[in-house]
Design a binder for this molecule. Sequence first.
Ligand code: ZN
Length: 565
Amino acid sequence: MKILFITTSRLLVSFSLIGFSTLCHSAVASTDTEKDIRLVLQITVDGLRADLLNRYRAEFGKGGFNYLLNNGSVFTNAHYQHANTETIVGHTTLATGTYPSQHGMVGNVIYDRKAGELSYNIEDADAPLLPSREQSSAGEQVDPSQKLSRTKGRSPRAIQVPTFSDGLAAYNAGRSKIFGVSGKDRSAVAMTGHAGKAFWYSTDNGDFITSRYYYDEYPAWVGDWNGQRKAEKYAGKQWKLSSEKPSYLLAGQDDRPYEVDLKGYGRTFPHQYGSADNKLLYTQLLVSPVGDQLLLDFSKALISNEKLGQGSAPDYLSISFSSVDATNHFFGPSSLENEAVVRDLDTTLAELFSFVDKQVGLDHTLIVFSADHGMADMPEYMTELGFAAGRLDAKDIIAAANEAGKQLGIDEVVRYFFRPYVYLDKEKITAANLDYRQVEKAIADALTDFEGVNLAVSTKNFSRYKGNPLLKQVKRNQHTTRSGDIYVIQDPYWFLLEEGLIAVMHGSPWRYDTHVPIIFAGPDITPRKIQRLVHPVDVAPTITTYLGISPPASAQGSPLTEVFE
Ligand SMILES: [Zn+2]
């Protein structure tokens, strides 16, 4: 009886969304079958600030970015609305259609309240990695958030609400195949949701790996792909420009003193990949077009072997490209390296679209394109141009906060600082018999006075900041158990991160970090450019409306109606 009730209500939902015409289809019609969508291909480019597509437009070929820009509904003013514009936060927002306050992924690092420790966003000791080869030495980890991970296990369990792909899996009763792949574990896992299967690139050995959350053993085709050791073949080779140097707009921006040499990788072209036993080789490949090319190659194998787009219901594939972001972090978004990696991604996308056209048909494919965050230009570059910016040292922030605590009689009141949050030692505050809110306020005020800090928000005391335009963004980032006590916002273009290895960071609420492209291309979508302000929370509800299914359970965004006009 219960099952019957669910089925009926589901049908009612779909009828009300897609109209009477669908009634004419048979009862097994899975989605809005008039469009005959067989594949939803969601492409996310990590760190692709929206304006970069304009800067390099003249260099793009026909079939990559230009396929999307010429055939899609292109939203030119899409901005994230949360404050902490980081990878896991943006991807999960795209996947769920809601804010970090609700989906729970408030940062690449989140607070584990039970353990009283910081943790890596998707770590899960109950979902160990599935080894892809008998023996492999570990690569050197350069990602500061990954360094905090207490286990190698990975799963989506920390994502507290369903994703679009979870809804698709439920709606089609298991007939939709759902996959997510990426150069980064968190980007693959977030988009894939709880019901799908995720694979990601390993900086240990260049394989595409997964965890026991998804599989007990590797599908044979993944074993075959990894067995070919495609990444290792780049050992000892070089990243060279794919076209003549003068053809690049930023040819003069190759060697700048504030770019970072990744331990022998160099600041200028050609960049030298390490030897096979170099612990940074597989990271260097990600900091080059090769990371995206390997991901394309693996995605093609996935589409063929898993027969995506060939079943009785639409399948879902998320591909999140990581090399633009990785390259940005070492050379900045206004470097020759950035231009080179985006230009080569254009070729990679053209190859992907042509492959999907042959396998599935672009006339049966909905392509959804966006990014997880933008990127800041380097403080030194901005200073050269006349806008003074600098680098904040996490140690100084901690010292300033501790000094404010000392004035109140508490020694070392800061438990942790991992941007953007300061976490206070509650036991010390209680032991000192002090009012918690008063301590938080004193420290927040001291940090706000710090050079390079725009605002430090005491998160138990939001009403104090009423009227500050940044408050809304901080609030959308605030999760009851996972966020910290004080949210630190740097001044525009100021750098704020704990580790000194990278040259530039995103993560601020400023517009260069929130601005991303949103493009929908597929059957019945009219090519057009839309300039109104829209938000990435609108993406998931737009996909579900296009398919005629209900939005993800917690979605706060609205369908982008221009896609249907
Ligand atoms: Zn990044």
